[in-house]
Design a protein around this ligand. Structure first.
Ligand code: ATP
Ligand code: MG
Length: 445
């Protein structure tokens, strides 16, 4: 008997099964929810597998929505919760390395065979409290193994995305990949390039955000040969030496992996900023006076990151923010020498929280000196009482009225007088105008 702690979501899923069984059909919970329950985790959704065909499911659940009649999937609603009810099926030939040409409806045993990994191929009868295991999934759960159902080579040849899913499940559940499954992934890894960028990105993003050790997951992607296909620019960080006085931890790859592992509940922007922050280093590495230098690596890296993230189809506003964080990340080394106005603008940037954490991780995973981080935290705290960025007292019109011709010079004066305002060099608008007149006159002499 499986002990199921009832929640509103699981109760609806139990009712759905009850209704199907009462009508004479076989109906079970299937896949991820069973795996999660057996691991004492709370499932985030419940999928139901049944012998009823879509039309029969639809008749039993008023308001049901066909989401893929040919695949046998119907979405039903029970007390505000939604569940996918799928007819037991067998996939027909896969043509494009991702999608079957069609399905035929079968029984539960055959349905288990089409699923990707043994731990994802378990069924549970929530009314009887019994597990139905046709693939040795319970033993693999106990051994914490991700193992392909059936012949791994066949399964990855059918659907190449499963390779990335294997790494994702291993990483997020903290399981190992079964050796035969690993070998099959190695053989099929080049084919991951045929999968759509969106699906690759979804899996990679889940790996980065949900794995307890995202750096270890990136190492696994490299070890099985997937990373060189999906992000060769990151594979290229391996063996890229750096000055040991700043980077006692080792090469750029090691540094990046350490930072990824040290992230604390990252969001998407931080995770990709960390992964890509030093991507410009291999291309800019130069020996100068016996010391390796990476001049402009932040800017070069930002441009590379933009290309990589566009290729992976991340949302545009996220790309912009991540690219900005990467392009700016070396400026954090200078914060204690910066003018107050520059600092104000830095901490006022919408990306600042991400940048600050990126910087902290960067230092913690190298020389360990986080005094600049501490300085910025303090600076920010001191400024909390003040408005984030006060309104400028002087407008472009004011500057034009001082006989500055329209053009880029207006912007430059506006910036200077705003800096003077932020730094407290002037107390109010009148003083700012007076300051501006003096400075303009001095510049004209
Ligand atoms: P999670 O939702 O946490 O990612 P899950 O196991 O529920 O994990 P889903 O992608 O929601 O994963 O898929 C539900 C079930 O469908 C899986 O448990 C698996 O049995 C099956 N499945 C999903 N994708 C595939 C696939 N590409 N190949 C074979 N079976 C799959
Ligand atoms: Mg799921």
């Amino acid at each position: 008997m499986v002990n199921i702690i009832p929640t509103p979501l699981s109760e609806g899923a139990r009712q759905a099964v009850k209704r199907l069984q009462a009508a004479g059909f076989n109906a079970l919970w299937a896949g991820g929810c069973v795996r999660d329950l057996l691991m004492n985790r709370v499932p985030k959704d419940f999928d139901i597998a049944t012998s009823a065909v879509p039309d029969q499911v639809e008749r039993l659940f008023p308001g049901a929505v066909m989401v893929g009649k040919s695949f046998g999937v119907v979405r039903v609603k029970i007390q505000h919760h939604e569940y996918e009810v799928a007819t037991f099926r067998k996939d027909q030939t896969y043509r494009d390395g991702r999608h079957p040409e069609g399905v035929v409806f079968t029984d539960e045993q055959t349905d288990a065979q089409r699923r990707d990994f043994t731990v994802n191929a378990l069924f549970l009868d929530p009314l009887a409290g019994t597990v139905r295991d046709y693939v040795g999934g319970q033993a693999d759960l106990a051994a914490r193994l991700i193992r392909a159902v059936g012949r791994a080579d066949d399964r990855f040849a059918e659907d190449h995305l499963r390779m990335l899913r294997a790494v994702r499940f291993a990483a997020t559940l903290d399981f190992k990949l079964d050796p035969a499954t690993t070998d099959a992934i190695r053989r099929h890894a080049p084919q991951i390039g045929k999968v759509s960028a969106e699906r690759i990105q979804q899996e990679l993003t889940r790996i980065l955000l949900e794995a307890p050790q995202p750096g270890a997951a990136i190492e696994l992607l490299q070890a099985v040969g997937l990373l060189p296909v999906i992000m060769p620019e990151i594979s290229a960080l391996r063996g890229q030496e750096q000055p040991p006085q700043f980077h006692p931890e080792g090469d750029v790859w090691t540094h990046t992996i350490m930072m990824l592992n040290a992230m604390r509940q990252p969001d998407l922007r931080l995770a990709y900023a960390v992964l890509l922050h030093d991507v410009g280093k291999p291309g800019t590495a130069k020996f100068v006076e016996n010391r390796i230098r990476f001049d402009c690596h932040a800017g070069v890296g930002a441009a590379m990151a933009e290309e990589i993230l566009k290729r992976l189809r991340l949302p545009n506003d996220d790309i912009k923010a991540i690219v900005f964080c990467i392009g700016n990340h070396m400026r954090f080394m200078d914060v204690r020498r910066m003018r107050k106005a520059t600092l104000c603008r830095m901490v006022g940037a919408p990306t600042f929280a991400t940048e600050l954490e990126l910087h902290r991780l960067d230092c913690a995973a190298s020389h360990g000196d986080i005094t600049n981080h501490a300085f910025l935290v303090e600076f920010q705290a001191a400024r909390r009482a003040e408005p984030v960025l006060p309104r400028p007292w002087i407008s472009g019109h004011d500057i034009m009225s001082l006989d500055i011709p329209s053009g880029p010079e207006i912007g430059r004066w506006k910036q200077r007088v705003y800096d003077a305002q932020l730094e407290g060099l002037v107390e109010n608008r009148e003083a700012a105008l007076a300051w501006l007149r003096r400075e303009i006159a001095a510049a004209r002499r």
